[in-house]
Write a protein that binds this ligand. Structure first.
Ligand code: GLN
Length: 243
């Protein structure tokens, strides 16, 4: 199988090792004998969503988000149709915020969102949420824990009917109040977890890859990988991420 990863706005949206998520997806595909290619998509570059197997959008500071928000919104209808059809996506922090309805930034500007996730984000007035996160996924992951690092001023509220990716045990998550972390809709995952996230959460990486494989081949089962280092990194974060 050939896996095509669409990496949206790698030049501007790439904080705290977010690009490592793309490397982890490509490498885990190659370890299984697939061919993996990454299409870097900057503003104005055309995309055929039919070619995409997985989409990744990383985080960025408010000014980076402002540079790409309009371009992302122009792609919103096509992207949303592909996501509704089951295209897997991972969006981190600033990218997650722009897949919601809108982001009201620190300087008072409102950046439009795609509206795929039924969520609204407003920059908090009480400083930033910074630190390690441990959360329990709502997806059927084994183990259920997700580990990562958050650094955001934005506080995201999920609207009725929009489920979270996880519930926070350590850290702030979406807003520091309701213990929700991220969002899931069909096979699209939004999260505040940087890190890189996927190298130390291989079960989430494989959840995305198995959804991609199922769309192409009809079978979701992936051959297991050894993952000793990946789980060692995961356990290390569990041990050292304390409230
Ligand atoms: N600029 C956004 C915020 O601070 C996103 C930051 C990020 O992607 N880490 O909320």
């Amino acid at each position: 199988m050939r896996l095509t990863i669409v990496h949206l706005y790698p030049r501007d949206m790439n904080l705290y090792g977010d690009r490592g998520n793309v490397l982890a997806l490509a490498r885990r595909a190659e370890w299984r004998g697939w061919e993996a290619r990454v299409l870097d998509v900057e503003p104005g570059v055309p995309i055929s969503w039919a070619e995409a197997d997985i989409v990744f959008l990383g985080g960025g500071e408010d000014r980076h988000q402002a540079w790409i928000a309009d371009d992302l919104v122009t792609r919103g209808a096509g992207l949303s149709a592909a996501l509704a059809d089951g295209l897997p996506l991972l969006a981190v922090c600033g990218g997650f915020q722009l897949l919601g309805r809108e982001y009201q930034a620190q300087d008072g500007r409102t950046l439009p969102g795609v509206g795929w996730f039924d969520a609204t984000t407003q920059a908090g007035r009480h400083g930033r949420h910074v630190g390690n996160v441990v959360a329990r996924a709502t997806l059927p992951l084994v183990p259920a824990t997700l580990v990562g690092f958050e650094n955001h001023a934005g506080e995201t509220v999920l609207h009725a009917g929009q489920g979270p990716l996880a519930r926070v045990a350590v850290g702030a998550g979406n807003n520091g109040h309701d213990r929700t972390e991220g969002a899931v809709r069909v096979h699209a995952v939004g999260t505040y977890l940087h890190g890189s996230l996927l190298p130390k959460n291989p079960h989430l990486a494989d959840w995305l890859l198995s959804r991609a494989q199922a769309r192409r081949t009809g079978t979701a089962d992936l051959p297991p990988l050894a993952d000793d280092w990946e789980w060692a990194a995961h356990r290390e974060r569990l041990t050292h991420s304390r409230a």
